[in-house]
Design a protein around this ligand. Sequence first.
Ligand code: ADP
Ligand code: MG
Length: 240
Amino acid sequence: MATKALNIKNLNKSFGETHVLKDVSVSINKGDFLVLVGPSGCGKSTLLNCIAGLEEISSGILEISGRDVVALSPRERDIAMVFQSYALYPTMSIRENIEFGMKIRSVPKEEINTQVLRVATLLQIEHLLDRRPGQLSGGQRQRVAMGRALVREPALFLFDEPLSNLDAKLRMEMRAEIKQMHAKTGTTIVYVTHDQIEAMTMATNIVVMKDGVIQQVGTPDEIYRHPANTFVADFMGAPP
Ligand code: ADP
Ligand code: MG
């Protein structure tokens, strides 16, 4: 059996007395675009933070590319994360923002230039490299934040509601760009949203969660046509 890009088994997470994630099990293959969807407060960010190593898990198995990462720091996990609030360094140029992570890892200058050009072309931000974040629109800044994560070529890309601060038109454009980026690079993505349409239009696989319990795992088509229960049917929109 091929190694799973991400393998989670019976993962539990509590904050003190509060049991937030309850026996969560899900696994995905390399190149999958997994969308984790559910109402606000159901535990989506907590699960993503556990995968990233920003939160310790209480119990369970957590493997990235076949490697047990439970004891590893975020840096050691071969992941990149894009949040809803994408903090760019305001005094640095866009090029410097994208280069920063590679510079602190002492990546050779030639390699840095190659990588910056690669992601700038992919995300169509070549013409913005000499500007500063304050001179960019929200959508452009979001693309830079993605570029900064992409230069790392991580095994796993984690998105936590990256588009929720954008207006509806930009959100649609960015959805298309993220999908295109996925198609072009074949990267593996876990994408958190509370937006059903985003889930249906972007995912290769969907996980529907409620109160820290996975309700269903399936393709968008399976979830839509054969919802596992009334919660999934109501939340995702019942078939006509
Ligand atoms: P979502 O991202 O789906 O909106 P979260 O993962 O942020 O949900 O939160 C899930 C639950 O865990 C919520 O009830 C929230 O209050 C709780 N929670 C999240 N982080 C902490 C924390 N650091 N300490 C205590 N409770 C937390
Ligand atoms: Mg959240």
